[in-house]
Design a protein around this ligand. Sequence first.
Ligand SMILES: NC(=O)c1ccc[n+]([C@@H]2O[C@H](COP(=O)([O-])OP(=O)(O)OC[C@H]3O[C@@H](n4cnc5c(N)ncnc54)[C@H](O)[C@@H]3O)[C@@H](O)[C@H]2O)c1
Length: 335
Amino acid sequence: MRKTVLITGGAGFIGSHFTEYLLAHYPDYEVRVLDALTYAGRRENLAAVEGDPRFIFIHGDVRDKQTVREAMQGAHDVVHFAAETHVDRSILDPDAFITTDVYGSFVMLETARQVGVERFVHVSTDEVYGAIEQGAFTEESPLRPSSPYAASKAGADLLVQAYARTYGLPVLIVRPSNTFGSRQYPEKLIPLFTVRALHDQPLPLYGDGQQRRDWLYVGDHVRAIDTVLHRGQFGEAYNIAGGNERANIEVSRLILHTLGKPESLIQFVKDRPAHDRRYALDDSKLRALGWRPEADFETALRETVLWYANHPEWWQPILQNKQDYQAFVQRWYGR
Ligand SMILES: NC(=O)c1ccc[n+]([C@@H]2O[C@H](COP(=O)([O-])OP(=O)(O)OC[C@H]3O[C@@H](n4cnc5c(N)ncnc54)[C@H](O)[C@@H]3O)[C@@H](O)[C@H]2O)c1
C-alpha cells in the first residue's frame, strides 16, 4: 500500500537509521523527515537516502504548530523520535527538554488529532521507569523518572496515553533501552569513550562504573519500531530490550580491547547526580508480536567501535565545535 510516514527527529541517531530502514524495506512508502537540526541532528546522517525521490526533508521545529501542521498534512503514519536526549545536558539546562520533549510532543499529538492520522508511534524510553535493583519492568510498572530528561519523556509518555483515552487517538508507545550503533552523537557512552580512546585520552567513567544497562543494537531497535508500527495494538506500550545487560566498566573495557588501548585509560570521575544504578525491561509483550533482538552484543559493539575508528570525518567536526561540544564537555566534567 502506498503511504506517507512522517518521522520527526530523523536527522538524529536512531531516527536516521529508521528512515533508511523504512525506505529500504517498503518500496511503496514515502518518508518525510521533520527535524530542527539541533546540535544532535545532522543532514549528513541522511546521506544514504538524500537522492531517493520518496524522501523529503523538512527543516522545522516540533514546537512550531504551523510547521508541524504542514508537515503532517496528508501523512498516514507518524513516528515521533524528536527530543532532547542527553541526561547530562538535562541536568545543566533542563529548559529545552521541557519545551521539546513535553510541549513538542503535545503539539505533535494535538496536530495528529486535528489532521487525523492512522497511526502515531511515540518513541519513549526505559528511563521513564527509573532504576530497578532486581527483576525487570513491565509496561504496567509505574513511571518514576530520576533526571529532568527522563521526567520530560515521562510527561510526554503520559500525554500520549491521555490522548488515546480521551480522544481515541491511534497511538502506540515504545520504551527502548540504551541503544548503540553508528552515527550516535559522541556525548553518549560508547561513541564518547571510543573517540577519546582513539586520542589516548582518559575515559571519564562515572562513580564506580558498576551501573548496569541493557544494550540494544540500533538495527534491532528499528526492527522493533517497524513491528510495533505495523503489528502493535492501539493504545499499548511496548518495551524494547536488548537482552545484553552489562556494567558500564565492562563496556569500557570492551571498547579499549577492540582498539588495542590500555585499561589504564579508564578514569573514575564524580558520579552523575541521581544516577540510576540499573535498568532492565521485560520485553515479552513485544516478543509476542514476533520480534526478538538478533545482534550478538560483542560483535555489534566491535563493529560500532570500528565504524567510529574508520569515520573520523563524521565526528571530527563535532569535536572541533567550540561553542557547543567543547563548551559542554568543559562545563560538565569540570563541574
Ligand atoms: N539513544 C538511546 O539510547 C535511546 C534510548 C531510548 C529512547 N531513545 C529515544 O529515541 C529518540 C531518538 O533518540 P536519539 O538517540 O536518536 O536522539 P538524538 O539526540 O541523536 O537525535 C534527536 C533528533 O531530534 C532532533 N530535534 C531535537 N529537538 C527538536 C525539535 N524541537 N524539533 C525538531 N527536531 C528536534 C535533533 O535535531 C536530532 O536530529 C528520542 O526520543 C529518545 O528519547 C533513545
